[in-house]
Design a binder for this molecule. Sequence first.
Ligand code: HEM
Length: 395
Amino acid sequence: MEIRKGAYGILESYGPRWVQARRFTLHILRDFGLGKNLMEQKVIGEVEKMLEKLEKIGKNGVDMQNIFDASVGSIINSLLFGYRFDETNMHQFLELKTRLNQHFKLGAEPIGALTGMYPWLGRLPILSNYKKATTDNWAALMKFFRQQVEEKLAVIDYDSEGNADYVEAFLKERKKNEDKEDFGGFEMEQLDSVCFDLWVAGMETTSNTLYWSLLYVLKHPEVLKKVYEELDQKIGSDRIITIADRNNLNFINATINESQRLANLLPMNLSRTTTADVEIAGYRIPKDTVITPQISSVMYDPEIFPEPYEFHPERFLEKGTGNLKKVVELVPFSIGKRQCPGEGLAKMELFLFFSNLFNKFRIEFHPDSADASIEKDFGLTVKARNYKVVMNKRH
Ligand code: HEM
């Protein structure tokens, strides 16, 4: 909060500010997603660009992490600021990604946790370098976001109908509230923080899940075979797969579900605070206690998911009919009032990227990655170790 200069944003804010920011964000996401279905068009646009690129470079072997990062990063950036990343501004994307990684690296260090809990420690000369690195890095991120906002401010038409992107919608709301104290919660500091939160929450999570799902499928040839069989039976050509196909591709949906369950992407979820005294299984947790709800205790519960550390997409299919089962214990987006507001977008991205990638290409490990590891590198999200794949067109 010291770095953010207040309880701004969505991820780490609380009370009325959080309610307002969350409601506004869900509203904008719905606006883009429903009606004209702009969100699907945006995602499919990125999928098509990725496929074109892979047609050129996939045969020689490619590490998909950077490609997923740039595609998913383009979707969130275009939702926020209205433009995507291509060869002309890729340096901007890479800088942003490096800065965000640096932010989490610094925050995850023990000194980060200590100065987070006791901000006055940051004033000790011995820790001042650490503090400076953190605040400089944050300032660079804010400078990038603010620059995009300034550019938008220079051209915005407050009377135009609809919104081109999140920032435009926010600035219009700010204008409506300009007579109120703190712009009714639509201050620039709030916009900076929300940009950060949506960028962080919306990029690495989805991109890493895609990277895990590709790895798990390639590690399980029997699953890979069934993915191709389903695509051949239900799609049967190299046409683009859309959301309209989703209910037809049960095995692919089950495979994505199983990848999300096994990857358990946010191993520690996010820390939250109890707003009232509660009692759980005989333990009393007082109001205002910091808690970390362990979604993995559900997703790895052997009574619900037998052999929980094995990759079995079939567990999400009805025996006999092969229909997709609704399993309420699959909770990678958490549950409750803080449940991920980006779930709809993330699920759309996972389905469209995964299904189109396998439909277009026969994919195998590059010989250098024949022993690709499924060990997890832990951070705020779990990362897979780097591996390369070779892709050849199927049709
Ligand atoms: C596979 C992808 C994703 C996963 C696994 C995921 C998972 C999560 C989880 C576990 C939380 C914490 C919920 C809690 O505190 O109980 C969360 C929060 C959040 N996520 Fe996601 N997320 C994903 C994608 C996205 C996307 C694409 C966006 C943006 C459009 C997004 C925006 C957010 C925000 C803003 C929060 C904070 C919500 C709040 O504090 O009220 N996430 N996400």
